[in-house]
Design a protein around this ligand. Sequence first.
Ligand code: AMP
Ligand code: MG
Length: 415
Amino acid sequence: MMPVDTAESIILSYARSLSSAQDLEYVPLMQAIGRVLGRAVESVLDFPHWDNSAMDGYAVRFQEVEHASPASPVVLRIAGDIPAGSVPTLALAPGEAARILTGSMMPIGADTVVMQEKTERIVGSDQLRLTEAPPELGHFVRHRGRFYTAGDRLLSPGLVLGGAELAVLAAAQILSVPVFRRVRVGVLSTGNELIQPHETLRPGQIVDSNQVALVALLQQAGVEAVALGQVQDDRKMLKSAMKKAIEQCEVVISSGGVSVGDYDYVEDLLEELGGTIQVRSIAIKPGKPLTFATFGQTLYFGLPGNPVSALVTFWRFVLPAIKKCSGQSSDWGPHWTRATSPIALTADGRRESYLWGILDRSNYAEPVPTFRVAAGSGSSGNLINLAGSNALAVIPIGTQSIEAGDPLQVMVLPD
Ligand code: AMP
Ligand code: MG
């Protein structure tokens, strides 16, 4: 049995990232959410585009107000208004200020903004009185190009586009976004006992829940998920289904048929088909029989059939590899946090054990979040209580119990 972290690094080492120009496609800005940026994006504009005010207030000449104080107030004439979105037509003459709003362009002749709250408009007149000097020249002015200048890199390739990234692209007026194409991932279920969710369940049969779960999780991960259906535990049929899957897809995920049972052919067939088995048994519970093979650059994950094992191994090993394949430059996951459990958590200590439950991160004041193990967690036959879980607590090899309140390593499941 291979340690979990060894298996993880072997799997990641074979996951080749999209990176070439052929892997690019262009999508409209509004459809780019969740996609991986395929090329660096440079600004064609300066940010800000022009000198503008950071406050509602008055644009002034610093030199004229730098000694303002209650004892010697400075009085300026208000030469006009500059609403946001307008180009100022006025130029400040000596002794003048201009009313300015946040984001408005600075008028010619002004170099500093005094916030409205620090001024006093003399009632019934166009006079402004200042009894306090602005702290420095250029105060509350956002200068053109202060954040970015044209030609600067705004976003780097490999970044997953979220709301903030789309806002940057929108501000830079990039309407067509270069993203990596979606990686093609096939999902195959194996087992004579399986039926599809719409079929009538007969005694001895099991509904193929893995296909639904895996396809959905892959879609959520932004790849092109291909549901390849179910195949019997029949060497010939399975071999041909696996062969087709390997030819059609860049990553293949099958579930079932990887244990040591009489009908578990996946591992043999991977070798017969010319694959190289890189990982065949991992010291993890649930999920020990996971088999990982490569066919050149094509990755094959033979997940255990047990639905809990299939999901846990998908989250732990498959999803990070898929994120890497998709061109994401970092943060492939899993994501970890420290937590504490209000009750002792136990395991057999022979394999790294993953217990599912709910991590409560909603309490702002609590420095370490609480993990509440689901009732029946650890029994890999129990799929139902995996639903609603958002985290997996890890009990390392050699540890049989983590006491209540002791530090606990928790893997956060993707939202
Ligand atoms: P296997 O790994 O093929 O020995 O399967 C282990 C257990 O998982 C058996 O109880 C199977 O019936 C069940 N199982 C296998 N494949 C699936 C699937 N696609 N969906 C739900 N359960 C499955
Ligand atoms: Mg089976």
